[in-house]
Ligand binder design. Structure first.
Ligand SMILES: [Fe+2]
Length: 271
């Protein structure tokens, strides 16, 4: 298992062996619904605080909050404005809580954006946000979306300078049918995200087999919690990291839980 002595997103990282240090595993979570009172995530401030406590105890040291942005849910521009104001207020409360309790936990803002026809305009007009003001955006589709729609939508964004991160890839049936489709997306510049809970909870079935094939083919860029509460859908990554380490090695575990998420936060173009 890997440990860092310092903040994982600072430049002075010192990797040490567990032989020399008993500490926490440090990870970065770029998909989390812990902001309270905005979407189907934390429903009140107490739950948000519990989620932050859980994430910190688990070893997560950077979180990007990604409240859902579903364009069709809004009736007007004013609705979108009000939603974003709620997000800002909730984020401010989270920052105050963390500043007092967990000085080394970094918080960022983004959205999990449901793909819609005007997505590029929604992003450029500031209606919804990319990950932490980088060029990376977390995009989701309905699980039944055909591959050709997913690929044309994501490649269209890429042509316009936005780097899509495909949220919870394991949910899309047409991608699970044919892993070469994921390869095609990835080779075109799309990043692939798997939910930590899918790794720990899905033991059998199509999605579980799909996830195994993705890891064996090195097609996963990052894992994230996609946490929605402090119980069943809590922000926990370490169990998934342990499984990945055991099955696919320490390097892979570090890459998907820390290295790639860190490169995204630094807006590195090499990915
Ligand atoms: Fe999500």
């Amino acid at each position: 298992m890997f440990y860092y002595l310092t903040n994982p997103i600072s430049s002075d990282k010192i990797l040490v062996s567990m032989t020399f240090l008993r500490g926490v595993v440090l990870m970065i979570d770029l998909h989390c619904h812990a902001l309270f009172g905005v979407d189907d995530g934390a429903q009140n401030v107490e739950i948000m605080q519990q989620m932050l406590d859980t994430a910190y105890s688990d070893g997560i040291r950077a979180i990007c909050f990604t409240p859902h942005f579903k364009h069709h849910h809004f009736k007007s521009e004013a609705d979108i404005f009000a939603y974003n104001e709620k997000i800002k207020q909730s984020f401010s409360v989270a920052c105050d809580y963390v500043a007092e309790k967990y000085a080394d936990l970094k918080l960022y803002l983004g959205n999990e954006i449901m793909y819609h026809h005007d997505i590029y305009a929604s992003i450029t007009e500031g209606k919804c946000s990319k990950i932490a003001d980088t060029s990376y955006a977390l995009i989701e589709f309905l699980p039944t979306t055909p591959f050709f729609e997913i690929s044309s939508a994501l490649f269209n964004l890429l042509r316009k300078g936005i780097r899509p991160i495909l949220a919870h890839v394991e949910r899309y049936g047409e991608l699970a049918d044919d892993i070469s489709r994921v390869k095609e997306l990835r080779e075109g510049g799309v990043l692939i995200q798997v939910n930590a809970s899918s790794i720990t909870k899905l033991k059998f079935g199509k999605s579980a087999r799909f996830i195994k094939r993705l890891f064996k083919s090195s097609l996963v860029d990052l894992i994230a919690t996609d946490a929605h509460d402090a119980n069943e859908y809590a922000p926990i990554m370490s169990s998934a990291v342990s499984i990945i380490e055991k099955k696919y090695g320490e390097k892979m575990a570090r890459r998907v839980s820390l290295t790639v998420p860190n490169m995204i936060l630094e807006n590195q173009k090499k990915l």
